[in-house]
Design a protein around this ligand. Structure first.
Ligand code: SF4
Ligand code: SF4
Length: 107
């Protein structure tokens, strides 16, 4: 179980979710933020503070946003190679994005 950040975060990334996460498992990419699915403890606090309702419980991701469950996971495996770093900080911040996010047209 995890929470998933979806397309509404793209080019918004205001960071409101970052300081409220008790395990620092929300990481900054180039155009959006990503949740490390193995570190998320499913507390739901981030969901309540997101101004654009970009965050969902994984079982509640809307059909049109379903790709984002894998997109969040793959950001840490194939995109950055970070795996589970154990907490977001300056070392684990990047301007990279998942290819499906990078390919999205600007809003
Ligand atoms: S559900 Fe909780 S642990 Fe998971 S990303 Fe959100 S704030 Fe962090
Ligand atoms: S609060 Fe929402 S829009 Fe802001 S960075 Fe987090 S997921 Fe993105």
């Amino acid at each position: 179980m995890t929470h998933v950040i979806t397309s509404a975060c793209i080019d918004v990334k205001d960071g409101a979710c970052v300081p409220v996460c008790p395990v620092d498992c929300i990481y900054t990419g180039g155009r959006m933020l990503y949740i490390q699915p193995d570190e998320c403890i499913d507390c739901g606090v981030c969901l309540s503070v997101c101004p654009v309702a970009a965050i969902y419980e994984d079982h509640a991701v809307p059909a049109g946003e379903a790709a984002f469950t894998a997109i969040n996971a793959e950001f840490f495996s194939t995109v950055t190679g970070w795996g589970a770093p154990g907490g977001a900080d300056a070392r684990f911040t990047t301007d990279k994005d998942h290819p499906e996010v990078a390919a999205r047209a600007p809003k």
